[in-house]
Design a protein around this ligand. Structure first.
Ligand SMILES: [Zn+2]
Length: 166
């Protein structure tokens, strides 16, 4: 099997283009609980978690443009949203035109590795379609992902994220 290599613009290294993308399986606040506690206090699927009927989380992606590639890098991460937003998302879940819905405010629910001020950063959640995960738009400029999302990342950085999956 041959792998496509891309020359990184920051260091000239050849970096594999295809790599597993960093994914957080649960919001951090839930991931630190025992499976027993999770089963007792949460309702969840791979798409959402509701904890104690009070904390509502939606699984999303943080899309980061890669400077050297037409393909974006997507980190699988969770957003905490209000009960009202959660119900709205649920209502629209299978709708094809859900991307027409204005973005909803939320908080980033993962302390995304290799970043600062990621956990609880202000975000917006944008629905995208019935078969694709909602997108997280980072709104807090203090969160280092804000810059990465707005200006793009070198392929090298994508590789650093992927290395965390190993
Ligand atoms: Zn580089």
């Amino acid at each position: 099997m041959t792998q496509e290599l891309i020359r990184c613009s920051c260091c000239d290294e050849m970096v594999p283009a295809d790599d597993a993308e960093l994914t957080y399986r649960l919001p951090d606040a839930i991931a630190c609980m025992s499976q027993e506690d999770i089963d007792e206090t949460c309702k969840y699927t791979s798409d959402y978690v509701v904890c104690e009927e009070r904390y509502f989380y939606i699984r999303c992606v943080i899309v980061l443009p890669v400077k050297e590639s037409a393909r974006d890098y997507a980190i699988g991460a969770w957003a905490q949203v209000s009960p009202k937003s959660f119900n709205r998302i649920w209502e629209l879940w299978d709708e094809d035109d859900q991307s027409q819905e204005p973005p909803m405010r939320g908080l980033l629910a993962n302390n995304v590795h290799l970043n600062q001020n990621a956990e609880d950063a202000e975000v917006e959640v944008q629905l995208t379609g019935s078969s694709s995960r909602p997108k997280i738009i980072i709104k807090d400029p203090e969160c280092t992902l804000y810059t990465e999302q707005n200006y793009g990342i070198p392929i090298h950085r994508a590789r650093e994220y992927s290395d965390l999956c190993r």
